[in-house]
Design a protein around this ligand. Structure first.
Ligand code: C2E
Ligand code: MG
Ligand code: MG
Ligand code: MG
Length: 290
């Protein structure tokens, strides 16, 4: 039902939201804009969560909140189908806030049911991050949800961090001042080097999954992942490895002393009532990705 048109002009290599046989033209862009506006107004977004485990003991130490759009006729859509457009249409900051409200409320519920150290990670768009009142927005969300700041982590990409360096460093400091952690997401996909980023007070660095994917097949990627881990640790960042799909990838990042892992092998993103927050002991075996 949906054709995937790879967009070549936005450099993000993501998919655009157009029906099969439909040319991406002005008229269906308008329709999508209208639908996305409605989606924000009616909050048609659903939050999925993906666990992150501590590599030392396979304890679930956090979950990343990932947005889905429950489209009225097309079903559940992943970010690839609408996020770029939402950003273009100026709706991403509002979507981020809807996701955060839901993620923080769910997190608080988990914290109260005994998972009191669980860290809730949320992705923050450039638009929201660069908003003058971003810290106030987060403070208000912490207050409304009742979640503890130390249980919240905000993920930004290197493009967001480097788009306004002085602002970014200040905002990260401000987040720290209210007790919230900050991670650098998708590291390695931009044009920056870790030495450019060492002056940013990130708590953790997430190595992009494209490197993890080839790290067990490609010597150069393996060396690359190993050196990023090594350097990130020199700069005192925690290292998160994303996109772990196989036992050998898990073994590799563990051997190279990454701290945290996330990926389909461990658990796919799922709605809140289907997320497993317990110790994931069975990863030692040859269990297939679920
Ligand atoms: P991300 O923040 O890097 O999130 C990780 C993405 O990798 C997620 O895709 C997740 O489902 C996927 N993933 C996790 N483990 C594996 C694996 O083992 N194999 C593979 N092939 N994929 C894996 P998803 O949910 O489609 O999200 C895509 C991107 O959309 C996210 O990348 C993030 O940049 C953005 N995003 C998601 N939710 C939000 C949000 O609420 N706000 C903003 N601003 N961006 C969001
Ligand atoms: Mg992320
Ligand atoms: Mg990422
Ligand atoms: Mg990504």
């Amino acid at each position: 039902d949906q054709a995937m048109y790879r967009s070549k002009d936005n450099g993000r290599n993501t998919y655009q939201f157009y029906l099969e046989g439909m040319e991406p033209n002005a008229s269906n862009r308008l329709e999508l804009m209208h639908e996305l506006n409605q989606a924000v107004k009616k909050n048609q977004f659903v939050v999925y969560f993906q666990p992150q485990i501590c590599l030392a003991d396979h304890r679930v130490i956090g979950v990343e909140a990932l947005v889905r759009w429950n489209h009225p006729t097309r079903g559940l859509l992943t970010p690839y189908h609408f996020l770029n457009e939402a950003e273009e249409f100026g709706l991403l900051s509002q979507i981020d806030q809807l996701v955060m409200a839901e993620a923080f409320a769910t997190g608080r519920h988990w914290h109260e049911s005994g998972y009191d150290d669980l860290v809730i990670s949320v992705n923050m768009s450039q638009h929201l991050f660069n908003q003058a009142n971003v810290v106030e927005v987060i403070k208000a969300m912490l207050k409304t949800s009742g979640i503890k700041p130390k249980n919240v982590l905000i993920e930004i990409t290197e493009n967001v961090a480097l788009s306004q360096v002085a602002h970014a460093k200040k905002i990260i400091d401000d987040f720290h001042a209210i007790g919230v952690k900050v991670a650098l997401d998708d590291f390695g996909t931009g044009y920056s080097s870790l030495s450019q980023l060492r002056n940013f007070p990130f708590d953790s660095v997430k190595i992009d999954q494209s490197f993890i994917r080839s790290s067990t097949g490609d010597d150069l990627d393996a060396a690359f992942v190993e050196s990023i881990i090594h350097m990130a640790k020199l700069f005192h960042f925690d290292v998160v490895t994303e996109g772990i799909e196989t036992q050998s990838q898990l073994a590799f990042v563990k051997e190279k002393h990454a701290d945290i892992a996330q990926g389909y092998l461990i658990q796919k993103p799922a709605p809140k009532d289907r997320v497993r927050l317990v110790l994931l002991d069975d990863l030692h075996g040859d269990s297939p990705a679920t």
